[in-house]
Design a protein around this ligand. Structure first.
Ligand code: NAD
Length: 544
């Protein structure tokens, strides 16, 4: 079934809030990696439990009143209950299992019985905006490495990584924006072709020799090039190592978190993966684990030879350690190594989606940011680059890393622009789960926190309750799935700027309280920058 998000000003629902959420659901499927199976990204990240759930959700959003809330359990609609006009229109919980039961085995068992679905971070709560959703994060990582180790100049440098899927597909474009050469390895040529067709990567080849000669050409000409190599990362990384080549930066963004659905073992075709998953899942898991171990050993060797390496949030180190690579955690996690100073001030990924479908609306918001945030170079540099390089996918949207008060300022201004008719329709704001107060993931977001509070899941749960108390339009609580099971707890929120006075209050409360909690969370863990932010912006912290 082909789903495309509705554009324009015609409503199919009882108000813009409901229409906005319906369009966001359609939009994640318009941008999905495998829409026929409702899979949006991240190997198994689903928009709805199954097609009958999808249809029932659509019907519910069409009929739901302003003072009702739709309840979703792991992608399945459960009921519509009377609440009040300030309550979220949708609340959901995806893939949460009780502590001791949160194992991969239990998850797959419940998944096979169609009792649970994994929502990823932005699939299940209808926030996904295509590969661009993660692109500024990847760009900021490359820029941070560049500033720390390469005198802020990546020209002539080589990045080696893998994974051209929904999220990983952003890597070649992010590298290009940061001024580096990049090789991205992927076993699935169709996924490479998708990124080629939208201009996220320059070239593809199945020959490493060819890829390396294109890199040499680019270096000679003082240009930079992005190349997708069709192959298995475990094989290609070792091959590069054996040739004595040491890339400057090495990572991986295959869906290594999931050994059954996410990582293709060396020597397997894509068809064989499907066959062995059915006939002998244990063998598939152990073969995937062995290949990950081989790949991670190669990454560690690159690190020993001077490459800057990092885990890009796919749990590859955890899997490698399970399969015998004792020192896998010598590879740092990107959040701790490169982005934590931003999260300490609650600066993180924030998105806005033009529900009109008109790119002009996004360009007007770009102009607003360039004019009113001119002293914030993180956002203005990014907007200039995004305008030049990032094509829209689905409903036109942007991601921008903004912090406390900045997000509120932008969303309130956009709400005014909707009210004044400058923007042609309402705009939805979504806050990804990977955010200061919204995620406990001891191997990604919260690894090695100053006070050791890495695994405490109270924060995302508080975050979701606070968002629901602060008039957000959609609030979601997510946990594991596949190999992620039990590894994390997170929360996501969406709020719709429909130009009304009520929307401005919803924006003011939900977005401000969201970033306030992020700053308070890091302050509680002892980060100086958060304490400074609290003082400067007068966030009310309770002192003991
Ligand atoms: P995806 O399932 O859409 O794509 C994974 C890609 O990896 C596929 O194209 C697949 O062919 C390729 N692949 C699998 N095994 C391979 C191998 N051995 N060699 C080469 N290629 C191989 O997944 P995605 O949405 O791109 O997400 C990738 C990972 O990034 C996931 O683990 C996801 O959870 C994680 N993630 C991290 C962040 C972050 O903030 N850093 C954000 C979102 C997702």
């Amino acid at each position: 079934m082909t789903i495309k998000a509705q554009r324009g000003n015609q409503l199919r629902t009882k108000g813009w809030r409901q229409e906005a959420i319906l369009r966001l659901l359609e939009n994640v499927l318009e941008n999905a990696e495998d829409p026929d199976n409702l899979i949006v990204y991240g190997a198994l990240g689903k928009a709805a439990r199954d097609w009958s759930s999808y249809e029932a959700i659509v019907e519910s959003l069409k009929t739901i009143e302003e003072d009702e809330s739709l309840i979703i359990q792991s992608g399945k609609p459960i009921g519509i209950l009377k609440t009040h006009p300030d309550a979220p229109l949708v609340i959901m919980a995806n893939s949460n299992l009780v502590g001791k039961w949160a194992t991969s085995e239990n998850f797959y068992d419940l998944y096979d019985k169609n009792l649970i679905a994994w929502g990823g971070l932005t699939a299940g709560d209808w926030q996904y905006i295509g590969s661009q959703g993660v692109i500024q994060g990847t760009y900021e990582i490359f820029k941070s490495i560049s500033r720390l180790y390469f005198s802020d100049d990546l020209s002539g440098r080589l990045i080696l990584t893998a994974g051209m899927g929904g999220m990983g597909g952003s890597q070649p474009l992010a590298a290009k924006m940061a001024g580096a050469n990049i090789i991205v390895v992927d076993v699935n040529e169709d996924n490479i072709d998708k990124r080629l067709s939208i201009g996220y990567v320059d070239k593809k080849t199945d020959s490493l020799d060819q890829a390396l000669s294109w890199i040499d050409d680019a270096k000679r000409k003082g240009e930079n090039v992005s190349i997708a190599v069709i192959g298995n990362a475990a094989t290609v990384y070792q091959d590069i190592l054996d040739r004595g080549i040491v890339p400057d930066i090495v990572s991986d963004q295959t869906a290594a978190h999931d050994l059954l659905y996410g990582y293709v073992p060396e020597g397997y075709s894509l068809e064989e993966v499907i066959q062995v998953r059915q006939s002998n899942p244990k063998k598939l898991e152990s073969d995937a684990g062995a290949s990950i171990a081989k790949e991670v050993r190669a990454i560690l060797s690159f690190q020993n030879k001077g490459a800057k390496v990092f885990d890009n949030g796919n749990n590859i180190r955890t899997q490698a350690k399970r399969f015998g690579v004792e020192n896998a955690f010598d590879i740092p996690i990107f959040t701790e190594a490169f982005l934590r100073p931003l999260f300490e001030r609650a600066i993180g990924p924030f998105r806005w989606i033009a529900l009109s479908g008109d790119p002009k609306d996004i360009h007007i918001i770009d102009d607003y940011l360039l004019e009113h945030f001119s002293d914030n170079t993180i956002i203005t540099d990014w907007i200039k680059l995004a305008r030049k390089y990032v094509p829209f996918q689905g409903l036109p949207a942007r991601i921008g890393w903004l912090g406390h008060e900045e997000r509120t300022q932008l969303a309130l201004a956009v709400n005014d622009l909707v009210a004044e008719g400058v923007l042609s329709a309402p705009v939805a704001f979504t806050r990804d789960h990977l955010d200061a107060g919204a995620m406990a993931h001891p191997n990604i977001m919260t690894e090695n926190l100053k006070d050791g509070s890495d695994a405490i899941a109270d924060w995302p749960l508080l975050n979701a309750m606070l968002a629901a108390s602060s008039k957000a339009d959609l609030v979601a609580i997510h946990s594991g799935g596949g190999g992620y099971t039990g590894y994390m707890q997170s929360a996501g929120i969406t709020v719709v700027a429909d130009g009304t006075r009520e929307a401005s209050e919803r924006v003011q409360l939900s977005i401000t309280n969201d970033t306030s909690l992020g700053v308070l969370r890091y302050a509680d863990a002892g980060y100086e920058a958060s304490l400074d932010e609290i003082e400067q912006k007068r966030i009310r912290r309770v002192h003991l």
